[in-house]
Design a protein around this ligand. Structure first.
Ligand code: NAG
Ligand code: NAG
Ligand code: NAG
Ligand code: NAG
Ligand code: NAG
Ligand code: NAG
Ligand code: NAG
Ligand code: NAG
Ligand code: NAG
Ligand code: NAG
Length: 507
C-alpha cells in the first residue's frame, strides 16, 4: 500500500516535469526547432520598440505627457516604424489602498490608468507599466515584492501590455543567480496567471548575470547599469568595464555598455534579448555622429529600442536617426541574433579610453551579413575589413576549411546612405510629408504597419537596404575600406552579388 502510493506520487512527479514537445528539423537551416523554446510566453520574437519617459522626464510624468507623446509618435510615422510601446516609468502611484492594491496618483492621472490604456490602444499603441522587485521602487514609491499577484492582476485589469521591472530595495534578495531568479520568477508567474499577454522586461542592471537565466522567465533583461548621455566618458559610479560585473552602478557611457556586450551577445535569441538600456538620441549630450554610433550598435546587437527623449521637441536630425528604416530592419531581423566583435584595436591609446576601433558583424536571416566599422578614436581614419574577418566563425567552425562564402562576390550596401535629410524630417514634423503605404518606393521612409520588416526584406524594399557602395570578393583577403570619422561608425549590409549566383547556377 505504502509502496503503491509512493509509485503513484513518483509517476505524478514525472508527468509534472516531463513535457514532451514536438521538435522538428528546419530544412532551410538544418537546426532542430523546439516550438515555444524561443520565447517563454510567445511574445517579443524581435526586440521591442517604443518610448520610455525616464531618460528625458524622470519622475515628471502624467497622463497628458503619455498621450501627447503617443499622438506625436503616430503623426511622425514612428508607430508605423514599429515604436509601439509607451512605457510609463517610476513615480506614478501614491501608495496602496486598504486591500493592498496600488493606487495611481489622481493628480498625475486624473482619468485613471484604464483610460490611458484604452486611449493608447485606440491609437494602435500599447501601454507599458513600471514597478520594482523590491519593497520600494527606485523613486521610493511602493514596490511589488510580496504583492506580485495583486499588482499583476491590477495591471491586467487596466489592459497593460508590458512591465518594466526594476531592482531597487530588493531586501538583499540578490547576490547570486538563484536569489535573483526566484525573485523575478514570482512576477513572471503572476503575469502569466493573469492570462493577459504582458511583455516582461527585467531591469536588474546585469546583476547576477541575467543572461544566464532570464530567458526562461522573461522577454528581455538589462545587461548593464543605467546608461547616461555620454559617448565614452568614464564615470566612477559605473565601475565595471567588463561582463560579468559585481557592481553594475549607473552613469554608464555608450562605449562602456557596448563593450560589456561582447561576451554575452550569443545569449540574445528570438523572444529574449539583452537590453542595453533606453536610447539617449536627442538628449543633447552627444554629437550627431555619436548618436549614430549609439543607435547603430544598439540595433546590430538586437537591443530593445526605446526612444528616451522628448518626442514633442524632437529635432529633424534626431527624427532622421530614429527613423532610418535600413537600420531598424537590421534590429528587427527575424533571426533575433546579435552581433560579434571580431576585432578591437587601440590606435591611439590614452587613459581616457580614446582610440578604440572595432569590427562588429552579424548574420541576417536571409543569408546577408551586416558589419559595422566603429571608430571610437579621436582621429578620422581609413578602416578596412576583409571577407575573412566577416566570415571568421564559418572558417573556424569544425572543418577548418575555407567557407564557401569566401569564393563569392558580395555587394556592399551602406545602411546610412539614405538617411533622410533634415528638410524631409522637418516636413514630417510639420505634417506636410506624404503618407507612406505598402507599395511605397521611398528610399528614406518605411511603413512596417503596412508591410512587416520580414516581408519588406523578402521583397527587397529599397528603404530597407540602404545604398550600394561597392562589391567585395571573391577571395578571403578581398577588402572593403571606408574613411570613418572620429566617433563615428559605418554600417553596411552585404548581399551575395547576383553575378556570383548566376555562375553557381551554370556550374
Ligand atoms: C522537411 O523535409 C521533410 C522531408 O522532405 C518534410 O517531410 C518536412 O515536412 C519538412 N519540414 C519542414 C518544416 O518543412
Ligand atoms: C505633464 O508633464 C509634462 C512633462 O513633465 C509637463 O510639461 C506638463 O506640464 C505636465 N502636464 C500636466 C497637466 O501636469
Ligand atoms: C483597492 O483597489 C482595488 C483596485 O483598484 C479596488 O478594486 C478596491 O476596491 C480598492 N479597495 C478599497 C478599499 O478601496
Ligand atoms: C503562460 O505560460 C504558458 C506555458 O509557458 C504559455 O503557454 C502561455 O502562453 C502563457 N500565458 C501568458 C498569458 O503569458
Ligand atoms: C580629440 O579631438 C578633439 C578635436 O577633434 C580635441 O579637442 C580633443 O582634445 C581630442 N582629445 C584627445 C583625448 O586627444
Ligand atoms: C586600411 O588600409 C589602408 C590601405 O592599406 C591603410 O593605409 C590603413 O592604415 C588601414 N587602416 C587600418 C585602421 O588598419
Ligand atoms: C514644413 O517643413 C518643410 C521642411 O522644413 C518646409 O519646407 C515647409 O515650408 C514647411 N511647411 C509648413 C507649412 O510649415
Ligand atoms: C502606414 O500604413 C497604415 C495602413 O496600413 C496607415 O494607416 C498609416 O497611416 C500609414 N502610416 C504612415 C506614416 O503613412
Ligand atoms: C516611385 O513611385 C512614384 C509614384 O508611384 C513614381 O512616380 C516614381 O517614378 C517612382 N520612383 C521610382 C524611383 O521608382
Ligand atoms: C531580392 O534580391 C536578391 C539578391 O539580389 C535576389 O536573389 C532575390 O531574388 C530578390 N527577391 C525578390 C523578391 O525580388
Amino acid at each position: 500500500m505504502v509502496r503503491w502510493s509512493f509509485a503513484r506520487r513518483a509517476l505524478a512527479l514525472l508527468q509534472l516535469f516531463y513535457n514532451p514537445v514536438d521538435s522538428y528539423l528546419d530544412n532551410k537551416t538544418g537546426e532542430v526547432i523546439i516550438p515555444g523554446a524561443s520565447s517563454y510566453n510567445g511574445l517579443n520574437l524581435v526586440p521591442q520598440m517604443g518610448w520610455d519617459n525616464w531618460n528625458a522626464f524622470q519622475c515628471n510624468v502624467n497622463e497628458s505627457l503619455l498621450l501627447n507623446t503617443a499622438r506625436a509618435m503616430v503623426d511622425y510615422g514612428l508607430r508605423d516604424l514599429g515604436y509601439n510601446y509607451i512605457v510609463l516609468d517610476d513615480c506614478w502611484s501614491i501608495g496602496r489602498n486598504s486591500t493592498g492594491y496600488l493606487v495611481a496618483n489622481p493628480e498625475k492621472f486624473p482619468s485613471g490608468m484604464k483610460h490611458v490604456a484604452d486611449t493608447l490602444h485606440s491609437m494602435g499603441m500599447k501601454f507599458g507599466m513600471y514597478s520594482s522587485a523590491g519593497v520600494y521602487t527606485c523613486g521610493k514609491y511602493p514596490g511589488s515584492l510580496g504583492y506580485e499577484q495583486k499588482d499583476a492582476d491590477l495591471w491586467a485589469s487596466w489592459d497593460v501590455d508590458y512591465l518594466k521591472y526594476d531592482n531597487c530595495y530588493n531586501q538583499g534578495q540578490s547576490g547570486n543567480a538563484m536569489l535573483s531568479f526566484n525573485r523575478y520568477d514570482v512576477m513572471s508567474k503572476a503575469l502569466n496567471k493573469t492570462g493577459r499577454p504582458i511583455l516582461y522586461s527585467l531591469c536588474n542592471w546585469g546583476d547576477d548575470n541575467p543572461f544566464d537565466w532570464a530567458y526562461t522567465i522573461s522577454n528581455s533583461w538589462r545587461m548593464s547599469g543605467d546608461v547616461y548621455d555620454s559617448f565614452n566618458r568614464p564615470d566612477s559610479r559605473c565601475p565595471c568595464t567588463e561582463t560579468p560585473c559585481a557592481w553594475p552602478g549607473y552613469h554608464c557611457s555608450i562605449m562602456n555598455i557596448l563593450n560589456k556586450m561582447t561576451p554575452i551577445t550569443s545569449r540574445s535569441q528570438p523572444g529574449a534579448f539583452n537590453d542595453m538600456d533606453m536610447l539617449e538620441v536627442g538628449n543633447g549630450g552627444q554629437s550627431d555622429s555619436e548618436y549614430v554610433v549609439h543607435f547603430s550598435m544598439w540595433a546590430i546587437n538586437s537591443s530593445p529600442l526605446l526612444i528616451g527623449t522628448n518626442v514633442l521637441t524632437l529635432s529633424p536630425a534626431n527624427l532622421a536617426i530614429y527613423s532610418n528604416p535600413a537600420v531598424l530592419a537590421l534590429n528587427q531581423d527575424p533571426s533575433g541574433s546579435a552581433a560579434v566583435r571580431k576585432w578591437q584595436y587601440f590606435v591611439n591609446p590614452d587613459e581616457t579610453g580614446e582610440g578604440e576601433i572595432a569590427l562588429w558583424t552579424r548574420s541576417m536571416d536571409n543569408g546577408d551579413q551586416v558589419f559595422a566599422l566603429l571608430n571610437a578614436g579621436n582621429l578620422s581614419m581609413m578602416m578596412n575589413t576583409t571577407l575573412y574577418d566577416i566570415f571568421l566563425d564559418d572558417a573556424t567552425a569544425g572543418a577548418y576549411q575555407a567557407p564557401p562564402e569566401l569564393s563569392e562576390s558580395w555587394d556592399v550596401y551602406d545602411l546610412w546612405a539614405n538617411r533622410m535629410s533634415d528638410e524631409e524630417a522637418g516636413s514630417i514634423i510639420n505634417g506636410t510629408a506624404p503618407t507612406i503605404g505598402a507599395n511605397s518606393n521611398s528610399t528614406t521612409r518605411y511603413n512596417a504597419t503596412a508591410t512587416s520588416y520580414a516581408d519588406g526584406l523578402m521583397n527587397n524594399n529599397t528603404a530597407l537596404y540602404g545604398s550600394k557602395v561597392g562589391t567585395i570578393g571573391p577571395g578571403s583577403q578581398s577588402r572593403f575600406s571606408a574613411m570613418i570619422d572620429r566617433h563615428s561608425a559605418g554600417l553596411y549590409r552585404i548581399r551575395q552579388a547576383s553575378s556570383t549566383m548566376r555562375k553557381r547556377d551554370e556550374l
